[in-house]
Design a protein around this ligand. Structure first.
Ligand code: PMP
Length: 393
């Protein structure tokens, strides 16, 4: 069964590189390999390619091109946003949501060790930020609020417009990590008054190892990487030219095809949710039912361990995950599911399926069938299920 199947349902971990993107990048390895900082024809051609990509990235969020800074990915962009703003501000206090990606949470914890006051904004059972908690925490001055546009594990999409508005009224910078959301959520940094935004190439069918930080013109933010004159001296280091070209192309494709991809994916997502909920007992959908990414499904199966499910599905040709790629190797419980108040029994049995541009209904039918078999089998042997008192949950 497994040999002829390779169903990739882990698109939140990474996506394949789109063919158009790959072909757009190719010449920049082999023939147009100039250094964008060189002052000769090779350099000028490379510079033009970087600026074209910058304009594309700016356009998708309605920023100006000079507000886009290329980075090595969203991890770097997030680290830069939070550390750079705190370093440049006399107010050493930041607010971040409790369900941010580790690149924000761990950076925040590090800042705490440096004496910065960090507070974690509460979320409700669907993963939506508590506005009363945000407002209460804003009663004391802070230099930055960071809330992700959409969550990487449960797919909940925040009302970032409202959050940005509150920050603007309170004279606090607002950063959002839009890494998972770029294709599904329309973002207008000018209208929403967003101070900074992170994005990444490999979540939108672009190359790995490239991303960008949008920084609103006039923002007080410190240099992240001391080095050459690149990125106005704010982020030194020779440009990763082919990757930047690839990011630009990936963003252009998002703008061109995003709407139709989202409509198709939402239908598949809702179909999959309905199928699983009707055919498998003892299942809980994590995250918000509607206010969620069009490609994200996160289920908890009572009485089984998520890692056992994903391992068995893998042998059947289905690639899924229990959470973030970076944390799923350790059996630590998901801090995201904990923060949204999911009970321990359910946290342990969580599996994330993230659909992609290539996912078909047939893939999902096969996956549902395999899931029924796997969950049933595991429930008959699982000590935690037997302890919970039944094999037919
Ligand atoms: N933020 C979110 C929400 C993510 O999902 C990820 C990737 N898992 C990152 C940041 C880090 O992105 P990158 O891999 O480009 O460093």
């Amino acid at each position: 069964m497994a040999q002829d199947r390779d169903i990739y349902l882990d698109n939140a971990a990474t996506t394949y590189c789109n063919g158009e993107v790959f072909y757009a990048m190719q010449p920049y390895f082999i023939s147009n390999y100039g250094n964008p900082n060189s002052v000769h024809q090779s350099g000028y051609a490379a510079r033009d390619a970087v600026e074209k990509a910058r304009a594309a990235v700016a356009k998708i969020i309605n920023a100006d091109p000079d507000e886009i800074y290329f980075t090595s990915g969203a991890t770097e962009a997030n680290n830069w946003a939070i550390k750079g703003i705190v370093w440049a501000s006399p107010i050493k206090r930041v607010l971040v949501s409790a369900i941010e990606h580790p690149s924000i949470i761990k950076a925040a914890r590090w800042l705490e060790k440096q004496g910065v006051e960090v507070e974690y904004i509460k979320v409700d059972e669907n993963g939506i930020i508590s506005i009363p908690d945000l407002l209460a925490k804003l009663a004391k001055p802070a230099c930055l609020v960071s809330v992700m546009t959409a969550n990487h594990e449960v797919g909940t999409v925040q009302y970032i417009n409202t959050i940005a508005n509150i920050c603007s009224k309170n004279n606090v910078y607002f950063h959002t990590d839009a890494t998972q959301a770029l294709e599904s959520v329309s973002i207008n940094v000018k209208e929403m008054d967003i101070t900074a935004l992170s994005l990444s190439g490999h979540k939108i069918y672009g190359p790995k190892g490239v991303g960008a930080l949008y920084i609103k013109r006039g923002t007080n933010i410190d240099v992240f990487m001391h080095g050459g004159h690149q990125e106005k001296g704010m982020r030194g280091g020779t440009y990763n030219l082919p990757a930047i070209v690839g990011l630009g192309k990936a963003v252009e494709i998002c703008m061109r095809d995003g709407n139709s991809n989202n409509v198709r994916m939402k239908q598949l997502r809702d179909y999959f949710i309905k199928e699983v909920e009707t055919k498998i007992p003892g299942v809980k959908l994590n995250g918000h039912r509607n206010q969620r990414l069009s490609n994200n499904i996160n289920f908890s199966f009572l009485g089984v361990i998520g890692e056992s499910i994903t391992a068995m599905l893998d042998t059947m040709g289905i690639r899924a995950s229990t959470g973030t790629a970076s944390t799923s190797e350790t059996l630590n419980q998901s801090y995201v599911l904990k923060a949204i108040g999911v009970a321990d029994d359910y946290i342990n049995g969580s599996v994330r399926f993230t659909l992609g541009r290539g996912t078909t209904k047939e893939d999902l039918d096969y996956t549902v069938n395999c899931l029924m078999t796997v969950v049933k089998k595991l429930r008959t042997v699982s000590p935690i299920n037997l302890k919970a008192g039944g094999e037919n949950v």
